[in-house]
Write a protein that binds this ligand. Structure first.
Ligand code: SF4
Ligand code: SF4
Length: 106
């Protein structure tokens, strides 16, 4: 959920000495369909947030599930500098990242 130019090398391949590059650049933002809870310190544009059924604030998502802040042409975050804490903390090449990529056959 970083959508920057970060890349990481992870040893998620069993072959000795082998590793696979994980980068948002080739991912098509598959983690940006996940629900994003907003924290008190988050400062996202109000029109991009909504209230969930429990009264919490979340990032708005479109009918097809993508976050409303995602630029659909570039597949990059339109509010990168103001992205929520949950997005900042989403670890590139972490277990959740790898799971989302696997779900998208990446
Ligand atoms: S799932 Fe991982 S690689 Fe893909 S956009 Fe999110 S953080 Fe980047
Ligand atoms: S706020 Fe940005 S980084 Fe977070 S889910 Fe939406 S598009 Fe992705």
């Amino acid at each position: 959920m970083t959508h920057g130019t970060l890349s990481a090398r992870v040893d998620d391949q069993p072959e000795p000495g082998a590793s696979r590059t994980i980068t948002c650049a080739t991912c098509r933002a598959c983690c940006c369909k996940l629900e994003v809870m907003l924290m008190g310190e988050d400062d996202v544009p109000p029109e991009l947030s909504e209230t969930d059924r429990w009264g919490g604030q979340i990032m708005a998502r479109l009918a097809d599930g993508w976050c409303a802040a995602l630029d659909r042409n570039t597949m990059r975050c339109r509010i990168y500098e103001r992205r929520p804490t949950v997005c900042r903390d989403f670890e590139l090449a972490g277990s959740d990242c790898i799971a989302e990529r696997a779900g998208a056959n990446l």
